[in-house]
Design a protein around this ligand. Sequence first.
Ligand SMILES: Cc1cc2nc3c(=O)[nH]c(=O)nc-3n(C[C@H](O)[C@H](O)[C@H](O)COP(=O)(O)OP(=O)(O)OC[C@H]3O[C@@H](n4cnc5c(N)ncnc54)[C@H](O)[C@@H]3O)c2cc1C
Length: 478
Amino acid sequence: MADSLQVPQGFLAAVSDAVGPDHCLSDPDLKASYELDWTRRFGGPAIVVARPADTFEVAKVLAACSRFRVGVVPQGGNTGLVGGSVPRHGEAVLSLSRLNRVLSCDPEEGLIVAEAGTTLAAAQVAAASVRSELGIDIAARDSATLGGMVATNAGGVHVIRYGPMRARLGGVEVVLADGSVASRLSGLVKDNVGYDLAQIMAGSEGTLGVVTKVALHLVAVPLFRVTALVALRGTEHSSANPAAGVASVSKVAVSLALSLRRHVDGIDALELVYADGMALVREALALPAPSDPGADAWLLVEASGGQDPSDMLARAIEDATGVTEIAVADDAAGRARLWAYRERHTEAIATLGVPHKLDVTLPMKNFAEFAGAVSAEVSAALGGSDTRVILFGHVGDGNLHVNLIGPEPEDYRGDDAVFEMVIRRGGSISAEHGVGVAKLGFVSSARSAGDLTVMRRVKNALDPGGILNPGVLLPPVA
Ligand SMILES: Cc1cc2nc3c(=O)[nH]c(=O)nc-3n(C[C@H](O)[C@H](O)[C@H](O)COP(=O)(O)OP(=O)(O)OC[C@H]3O[C@@H](n4cnc5c(N)ncnc54)[C@H](O)[C@@H]3O)c2cc1C
């Protein structure tokens, strides 16, 4: 990336003093991996990359950024998909990667406390060592950090059972823009003494403070866990009208998902993939054929509990309309094989080029119609240009990932068409990835004027100099 940034005199020395010269990166080669996001769609040169070792050093970096009025982008695993984790206009990057220690993991209190740069996978290992789980999981677990997951209020595959990151939080430690530290990590379930620091930070995308420690509630490892990959066919099969086919099988999937949610105890996950995404994943990653290779879509179902859910699951699925075949696994390796068809979609899509990743929620009653209509509307918005639209998602909570491959990174016509469709149908333009810079243009349509006023006042109160992730989440005042 071109590096012609104006550096305020004395700023680099102050950062170097804060974190030590080895962790104050100004060499373009050393900075490069921090300057481009996971999708390769967003990024720009950083004035410096600071890699503090602890809360104290984070505070010193933020104090320096405040003093020199330099914008700062907090960065965890850099797996965010909306462009909020990378610099755009020569900000400093504050990487949390060295704050990666698990501090305590107590099954009796049901609480894990870890530094914010701890990866989800590392926290999962710590929880497993005391026969517990976190109740939250995403495919980016090996890189995504707890701090980044708080900042984006990450969702993932277990939201229908345990809620998003916000629901798992037992507390946070945060460094504010001026370098002061606020901490509440007790994990008490009942603790109504004023505003909730952790909840203010959840979903704030690095605009209100830098999370340095995270406390998460634990759940017990269930005695039984079963995963099923359910092949589905819709009633419409016309190559002349693929949209009708997608709408038809989506209707089947939504109906089955709703029925399972109502009638089976302990449903952990309800994930949907379609035939084109399945073909891509199999080809890109050399996976074997799934159950009913000619199906229109597959619903991945997972259930767990103190009793074996297999029979209840089988009864609920076998007689459902549109089900053609079921593959079931209850051992870790077999379950991982079934999950790969769903989890490796993001990776497989990235092999096609730089995707526009649009993560939306629809009311369940509008999900199938939206899924059927979206390709044609995107194509019309892009003047019939050659765009591939690949859908998959967390159908259990109405969350669909719409991936556009073809438009240039800065061409927003397809994105705008999708967001307009979602808003017309009463959905959300951001289900779980946040706003970042990718969805800024639609925040004013997605939030009331009153809502936006509150958000701006909170931002101004906590970050009066506007140094924290400038240009992310809040659109400029018109
Ligand atoms: C393969 C793949 C699968 C994914 N699956 C899911 C999924 O199922 N559900 C889901 O919700 N997301 C998913 N994501 C998106 C991404 O993993 C999440 O948004 C995750 O929470 C980002 O964590 P991170 O540590 O990588 O944060 P980053 O990408 O580094 O940052 C994300 C945002 O958080 C801010 N931030 C980071 N760390 C801190 C901190 N310590 N304090 C304050 N602000 C901070 C950044 O400034 C930025 O705005 C997926 C991504 C990939 C690549």
